[in-house]
Design a protein around this ligand. Sequence first.
Ligand SMILES: NC(=O)c1ccc[n+]([C@@H]2O[C@H](COP(=O)([O-])OP(=O)(O)OC[C@H]3O[C@@H](n4cnc5c(N)ncnc54)[C@H](O)[C@@H]3O)[C@@H](O)[C@H]2O)c1
Ligand SMILES: [Zn+2]
Length: 360
Amino acid sequence: MEVMTLHVDAGSGYDIIIGSGLIDSAGKYISSALPKAKRLFVVTDSNVSPLYGARLVASLEIESFEVHTHVVPAGETSKSAENLISLWEWMTAHAITRTDAVVALGGGVVGDLAGFAASTVLRGVGLVQIPTTLLSQVDSSVGGKTAIDLSTGKNLAGTFYQPDLVLMDPETLRTLPDREFAAGMAEVVKYGCIWDAGFFGFLKARPGREALMADIAHILHTCCDIKRQVVETDEHDTGLRMILNFGHTLGHAYELSGGYARWTHGEAVAAGMVTAAKLGVALGVTGPDVPGQIEAILSPLGLPVAIDCDFSDLERAVGIDKKSAGDDVTLILLERIGAVRPMKLPKAEVLDVLAGMYRR
Ligand SMILES: NC(=O)c1ccc[n+]([C@@H]2O[C@H](COP(=O)([O-])OP(=O)(O)OC[C@H]3O[C@@H](n4cnc5c(N)ncnc54)[C@H](O)[C@@H]3O)[C@@H](O)[C@H]2O)c1
Ligand SMILES: [Zn+2]
């Protein structure tokens, strides 16, 4: 098995290990990263558990860990305060100690919920992320953000908490529905757009899921390495990390207008990136060829490159978005593929240009 390793210098530092079939040797990697852990608390969801739960638990038990498993229903609604409390009570009922660890096996929902639980139970225990969706492998498992949703909004309570280890088995992506794979690809393309024109070209030369899967370990490694560099510079999200929001301000408007049900996050971000590129062209910042280049790479993946939405939702997203303060809004624009440029602009000007684009 070929294995790639990345070291992230955030928190006390941790490794991201990428390798096909890694699930079956997770126990070995966890015992070397967390030599004092005796009990492991596996958190997973109702889709992932039947696919990979037994294999993971077997690999942990071979290393003599005492393993407990908690399965939450698949879906965003599991990122709840109720589930967080259940996890705390389950772990403490099984006598978790501060040197034991939580193992999150699943997508971003499981990672965010289990990460929050790990960061708070006993004021913090060990945390191993085993992301199984493309989105969680390239995005949510790197960076140390955890969260639950509140009735007042998504991700409104959470912590910054770096894991002790991240294990990625690209083979797990084979069971992912096409729509989830494509949603993760939107974030993959985003890294090319903001950071690495060469990587963008690499993706462009591999249209479709099969071609991408043939080089998936390299793709995961490249994305994690870009996020690593950004996160190491700005661990607590006060500066550079904002460039990771390319396509996200408009994307949030599309998610909102679809009631968070019609579009996946990745689909909304896909259309958000194209519109942000068009907005950049209209503002004279972005090269005129850029929107077409991004479209050319997203379309073959079945991702939308434009989404209709109420103008009021756009205004609301630009106006109330947490990235904006006062009368100005910071937009993450591209100068060209691979060169991102955050720009502070008056909200009124942005809405004017957007209104013009939407009238056309
Ligand atoms: N912490 C962060 O920095 C960060 C960053 C981005 C997103 N997020 C969060 O991540 C969440 C979205 O993550 P997601 O897209 O992974 O969603 P998800 O965890 O809901 O997974 C998507 C679907 O795929 C299923 N699934 C997972 N792995 C599978 C596999 N290998 N085979 C088949 N099915 C599988 C899940 O059960 C679920 O139905 C959101 O809650 C978002 O807020 C967090
Ligand atoms: Zn995103």
